[in-house]
Design a protein around this ligand. Sequence first.
Ligand code: SF4
Ligand code: SF4
Length: 229
Amino acid sequence: MDMARIAEPEKVKAKVSKSFVKPWLGVKYLFKRPVTIKIPFEKIEPAPKYRGFHTLNWKKCVGCNFCGQICPARAIEMTWLELNGKAEKRPHPKVDYGRCTFCQFCVDVCPTGALGFTESYMLTTGGSEEDFELYDWVPIEPDKVREINERFGDWRFPVVKVEKLGEGRIRYHLRDGSTFEFRILGYGIRPPAALRKPKSAPAKTSKAGGSGSGTKDENAGKREEKTQG
Ligand code: SF4
Ligand code: SF4
């Protein structure tokens, strides 16, 4: 086996070329336009299908959690939601943009095509605690996000403010002045206690075993009353 040949340190001479001209070569860049842009005052057109913020068709989402399982950044949390006073039958993904790498594995793996994305990619905040709520995103319908994109055309996050109304109720203030309200009932794959179906009632007694109506306990109670009478 050939051993890699490594030169001994004393044989390695640092190539340092002293020059009084080189530092001045950078001066020419003072008069060139910077390659960076002033966000949010300037914008650039993202490439078609640029992997931006997520959207979700709530009706299509079956709550399978494939998106949550494949996410390499653990940015997805399944969330039980209530819309217009009615609890959704399945949990839906919530995305933490503090962790998300925008790889869109979650979109690729979604079996129903419920999870999607738009080219919107810009989320800038003032850094206050309230602003950080914007990074916790329960994706909304793609049509609404696209409508806002077309109206403003600057590829910014569709929500300007997240208002917490108490008892898990959330109100998104969207950029076009409209609002979107929902309630978070719980997290995880299993439904929260409030949504779990009560255990099935005890089996009814057979006709041969009693009066034919009522549960075992009720019939036992009736029998007791008769014996007392
Ligand atoms: S968004 Fe898609 S992958 Fe995620 S839970 Fe819903 S149906 Fe499943
Ligand atoms: S885009 Fe990638 S990192 Fe972001 S939520 Fe989806 S799978 Fe996770």
